[in-house]
Design a protein around this ligand. Structure first.
Ligand code: ADP
Ligand code: MG
Length: 547
């Protein structure tokens, strides 16, 4: 069957179509998948290197983040793309561990290759890998340690582990504290983290050490009217979802009026209608209006005359944050407005967020801060750094750290990092392999070997002898030290939980699931039909307009 199909296509496919079948297809796809793993491997861990990516128009991006790297590279091979999807899945589900997931996928494919060379059928390999994944999932559940959600030390260690090896590392402890502050504030009584409540503002031109977490909300908006106040103490705050404008229907009618007298009458009528929206707000003692949609020019003037500060077209996340911070209730209909819906802040004021000598920079220089809100529990991360390249990369690191701390709270469980969990899983799976029948047993063993790629790579990127490091780690795990992992500085085994190298359970669990899915998908393909060349690499122009 294979011989018949390879070579000349049967006439159904056009001349430009290339077709690769059977072992050739498998070898080609596996090679492409392994290549993706190799590309990101050197960036893994605390001593991992960064990658500098240049796009077709010469823009430069420096990153250590697995998913960012792979997304920005121009990868065309369909099998390689399956591996890139592993990084995307990992990023979307848990936010960190993208490099590990891709490296494990590559390693699983590499291990499969030797089994296939020994004439073990891909189906047996796939079966063995799935079996091993089940064993791994069971072991992960058993090994995970539950966390006390109020234990700041653990949460900060999780954040710090995630920030290690990134540009953020220079200020790792400070940033870890900031992240834990932000996530804790955004967590409700049931332990659910509302990611919308966490806002990150980035400013470049100052030292990263000046980054901070500030309670309250900052709004990067200017008031629409120049005569509105810019410093409002003891502010009563209205958060309104809609527009303070005439309804569209009436604007339509107005547009069709030609005769001047009638137009005058309409204008009078319009003002009355607007006043009926604005005046009750003013009379109720509102000092600051936060509106989700537009505010009519005349209404702006009326607010300004009354000394009311107003913001229009404030996005959903900011409205939610302001409402939460000031203890306001967001209302969608002004007819039902009552005093109990209003919030309160000690002060709403314009603030300069960096010296003007950095003028010309792309991000806002001034913001309005809502401080001392009656609701509390909302803050803003102010992330500063030397250049926008640095700030952007640190921002990616902080986003990941926010994700892992949130995950730790929702999972309620952690695992040791530094290759400890992978080594422990490898050993447990290897001993369970004895109970697996037939050729699948070999695949289960190969899976265990493949997991060791993580400690091995961590040793390698840190410049240590891989074999020595693995032997020492294996010995510790043999003795029952489950959390023995690699100390990247010395290359020796340490208790990584004590050393504070800690990750949420789901980062590891999801990485394994995604890696096995991608590897087994690739191993099951025995026919590739392509209407053109298949390549991994950067040949054609990239279409992304970011950067
Ligand atoms: P990923 O994209 O997979 O998160 P990273 O480059 O962040 O890739 O590396 C993560 C790996 O580095 C994990 O295995 C983690 O446990 C390990 N790691 C992080 N900090 C340390 C440390 N201080 N010592 C040893 N290993 C560490
Ligand atoms: Mg990481």
């Amino acid at each position: 069957m294979q011989g018949q199909l390879s070579g000349r296509p049967t006439g159904v496919l056009s001349k430009n179509t290339t077709r690769t079948v059977g072992k050739d297809a498998l070898a080609m796809n596996s090679a492409a998948g392994q290549a993706v793993g190799m590309v990101v491997r050197t960036t893994l861990g605390p001593q991992g290197m960064d990658k500098l990516l240049v796009d077709s128009s010469g823009n430069v991006l420096v990153t250590n983040d697995g998913v960012t790297m792979l997304q920005e590279m121009d990868i065309e091979h369909p099998a390689a793309d399956l591996v890139v999807d592993v990084a995307r899945t990992q990023e979307a589900e848990v936010g960190d561990g993208t490099t590990s997931a891709v490296v494990i996928t590559g390693s699983l494919l590499e291990a499969a290759e030797s089994l296939l060379d020994d004439d073990i059928h891909p189906t047996a390999v796939v079966g063995g890998y799935r079996r091993a994944r089940q064993l791994a999932a069971g072991a992960i559940d058993e090994l995970a340690e539950s966390v006390d959600p109020t234990d700041r030390n653990i949460l900060e260690a999780v954040a710090a582990t995630s920030l290690t090896g990134k540009s953020a590392e220079q200020q790792r402890d400070l940033l870890a504290r900031i992240v834990v502050d932000a996530v804790t504030d955004a967590t409700d009584a049931y332990g659910n983290v509302d990611r919308d409540l966490i806002r990150l503002r980035t400013f470049y031109g100052q030292s990263m050490a000046e980054s901070e977490y500030r309670e309250g909300v900052t709004l990067g908006k200017r008031p629409p009217h120049p005569m509105m106040p810019e410093d409002v103490p003891d502010a009563t705050v209205l958060v309104f979802e809609g527009a303070i404008e005439l309804s569209e229907l009436e604007l339509d009618v107005e547009a069709r009026v030609s005769d001047a007298d009638t137009a005058g009458a309409f204008a009078e009528h319009d003002r009355e209608e607007l006043a009926s929206l604005v005046d009750p707000i003013i009379e109720m003692g509102v000092d600051v209006v936060v509106a989700g949609e537009g505010i009519d020019d005349w209404a702006q003037g009326r607010f300004a005359d009354a000394g009311v500060l107003a913001f229009r077209r404030v996005d959903e996340a900011d409205r939610k944050r302001i409402a939460r911070a000031t203890d306001a209730t967001r209302i969608a209909d002004l007819d039902i407005l009552e005093a109990k819906h209003l919030g309160f802040a000690d002060r709403v004021a314009r603030e300069r967020i960096r010296p003007t000598r950095y003028a010309g920079a792309a991000r806002p220089e001034r913001v309005f801060s809502f401080d001392g809100g009656a609701g509390g529990g909302v803050g803003t991360i102010w992330l500063r750094g030397g250049t926008d390249q640095v700030v952007d990369e640190v921002e990616r690191g902080i986003e990941d750290a926010i994700d892992v701390v949130s995950r730790t709270l929702s999972d309620g469980a952690i695992l040791p990092g530094g290759g400890a969990i992978e080594m422990e899983l490898a050993q447990r799976i290897r001993s369970a392999a004895a109970g697996v029948d037939g050729r699948e047993q070999l695949a289960v063993e190969a899976f265990a070997d493949a997991l060791e790629v993580i400690p091995r790579t961590l040793a390698q990127t840190a410049g240590h002898n891989q074999i020595d490091a693995l032997v020492e780690l294996a010995a510790r795990h043999d003795e029952g030290q489950r959390s023995a992992g690699l100390d990247a500085d010395s290359g020796h085994a340490v208790d990584v939980i004590e050393a504070g190298v800690i990750e949420p359970k789901s980062v590891k669990a999801t990485a394994l699931t995604a890696a096995v899915d991608a590897a087994t998908t690739i191993l099951r393909i025995d026919d590739v039909v392509a209407a053109g060349d298949l390549a991994v690499g950067d040949e054609s122009a990239d279409e992304t307009d970011e950067f």
